[in-house]
Design a protein around this ligand. Structure first.
Ligand code: 6YU
Length: 498
């Protein structure tokens, strides 16, 4: 199969790279990637804090095992630690929530014992598991994940914890608030009230204990890019408008208009821009506009913000075996995941920190996690102000007024003009149909016009691995395969002439 079809890919994140890789390997020789920024990788972005490598975007391989193509590629390129490659690691089934060792602090400066928090943690985990079942049952007793969790905790607490004293109950309900904030980060949503209950179970996990890239996630991008022909990517070239359904120009029915004025004609264009960008720019990005059913799915699916705040210390103030630090705000209403006064109290949305391990590699670095509008507000503050907020928080919760971070660095995904947030979640009222609409090529009716003019890849188009690197990668392969099988099934006389 060696065809002359001209294919333009918009966006050089993992999905665009994966599509190009597959098409070039299949013999297509007019493949081009047009990228808005000066770099490849998109939301895979490795940076540094002092001498240490840190991940500003994607962090883990979620479910590193044989079925995960990111795991297989990373293994093939030799990018993983030996522990991640062991059969034991691959076989661990954690259902998306790694069993990290926690340290829990309260706003009055107490460090809690695991027994104080365990009943709420267990109840919450069971509810997450149960919520995934509504997907197959087809009924939604509550409008959102937030409604479901709060109502069920209230009901079960009245039943199971009726002999527990009020102070202990209060602590448990604050644990639930904290876990709701954790889930906001996992889902990239402002509140769990924004996440649909029925669609929550669409997300599928793979076996394997999540692992990181010791040399940085971008190593995966570098290896894949090195296998593509040189000059295939044009950088600093934002696409402004995709003119499709150009009936007069049957030879090259698509025209890609770039911000700098360049116009590129093509037979097919694969759009991989993030859902956040699509939500903001769909009305100018497509001529004619997106069909209504597709537009409605772009609007219904959620795309919120999850940011990281890396903080380095001279010495640790957490336990040696600690993997995650949680904060409970005792003055907050029970079971809330939204901060009422964002400008004053944005820091209350930060659920806590994960500890970068192993210490020999990273020293004493914590990664703070904050989602939602509070996270978007945090992005507008200076690094100094964020440092101050974090320092005050840690001093208050540990009761140690001398703790001082050495340096910090935070991500700003909401204000990144080419991303506009972090990743996709199923909003209220969403269903599998929305993700299917996202991936449907244009034109949708192929009776007259040339088929497959505009194709869609990217994490937001994967039916069960949305929000992940493996979902994005698979979506790029899927759209490449769609074109490959299209050209395999038509006769040579119908192939585009060069
Ligand atoms: C994962 C993880 N991870 C943390 C954070 C973030 C994300 N993800 P890209 O955006 O990469 O590429 C598009 C390109 O298009 C880009 O280069 C643009 O510049 C360009 N572009 C835009 N407009 C353009 C224009 N007009 N013209 C030209 N070019 C244009 N995934 O597997 N493990 O640990 C994390 C995390 C802070 C921000 C993540 C993680 C998500 C991935 O990073 C992301 O999906 C892919 O990189 C996207 O690739 P792409 O090609 O689609 O777009 C139970 C349950 C609940 C459900 N959810 C649970 C899942 C948990 C999700 N985990 C995420 C967590 C972290 C921490």
């Amino acid at each position: 199969l060696k065809v002359n079809a001209k294919i333009v890919i918009v966006g050089c994140g993992i999905s665009g790279i994966a599509a190009a890789h597959r098409l070039v390997k299949a013999g297509f020789h007019h493949v081009r990637i047009v990228e808005a920024t000066a770099r490849s990788g998109g939301r895979i972005k490795t940076g540094s804090l002092g001498d240490n490598i840190i991940e500003i975007g994607a962090n883990w391989i979620h479910g590193p095992s044989e079925e995960n193509p990111v795991f297989c590629l990373a293994r093939q390129y030799g990018l993983l630690d030996p522990e991640a490659l062991t059969p034991e690691n691959q076989a661990m089934d954690i259902g998306g929530h790694p069993p990290w060792v926690p340290n829990v602090f309260t706003s009055s400066g107490r460090k809690l014992n695991i027994e104080d928090v365990a009943p709420a943690v267990e109840m919450f985990a069971e509810l997450l598991e149960q919520s995934s079942e509504f997907q197959s049952q087809g009924g939604e007793p509550y409008a959102s994940m937030g409604d479901f969790i709060r109502s069920e905790v209230r009901r079960q607490a009245a039943e199971k914890w009726k002999d527990v004293d009020a102070a202990a109950i209060s602590t448990r309900l604050h644990v639930v608030s904290n876990l709701l904030k954790v889930e906001c980060c996992v889902n990239g949503s402002h509140s769990m009230d924004d996440v649909g209950l029925g669609a929550f179970g669409l997300y599928k996990t793979l076996p394997g204990l999540d692992c990181t890239f010791p040399g940085g996630y971008e190593g995966l991008i570098k290896n894949l890019m090195s296998e593509l022909p040189g000059g295939l990517v044009t950088y600093n070239q934002p696409v402004q408008c995709v003119h499709w359904s150009n009936t007069e120009k049957r030879e090259n029915p698509v025209e890609i208009e770039c911000e700098a004025g360049e116009r590129i004609t093509a037979d097919h264009v694969i759009i991989t821009v993030p859902l956040g960008y699509l939500k903001k720019h769909h009305s100018t990005l497509f001529r004619p506009p997106l069909p209504l059913h597709k537009l409605h799915s772009v609007q219904r699916l959620g795309f919120g913000t999850n940011n990281k705040i890396f903080v380095e210390f001279d010495s640790p103030w957490w336990d040696a075996d600690c993997e995650v630090i949680y904060y409970l705000w005792e003055d907050e209403d029970a079971m809330v995941d939204q901060v009422p006064d964002i400008q004053r109290s944005w820091i209350k949305k930060l659920f806590g920190f994960t500890v970068l391990k192993p210490t020999e590699r990273y020293g004493h670095i914590l990664c703070g996690w904050i989602a939602g509008h509070e996270s978007e507000y945090m992005e507008t503050l200076s690094e100094q102000e964020v440092m101050q907020g974090v320092t005050q928080l840690i001093r208050r919760f540990t009761g140690n007024p001398t703790i001082t971070p050495r340096r910090i660095l935070r991500s700003q995904w909401f204000h990144d003009p080419w991303t506009c947030g972090s990743y996709t979640y199923p909003g209220r009222g969403c269903s599998l149909q929305d993700l299917e609409n996202m991936m449907e090529p244009l034109p949708t009716k192929t009776s007259q016009a040339q088929p497959l003019q505009v194709l869609f890849a990217g994490e937001a188009t994967h039916p069960c691995y949305y929000s992940t690197v493996h979902g994005a990668l698979l979506s790029g392969w899927r759209e490449a395969d769609r074109l490959i099988s299209h050209y395999s099934s038509i006769s040579p006389s119908e192939l585009p002439r060069s």
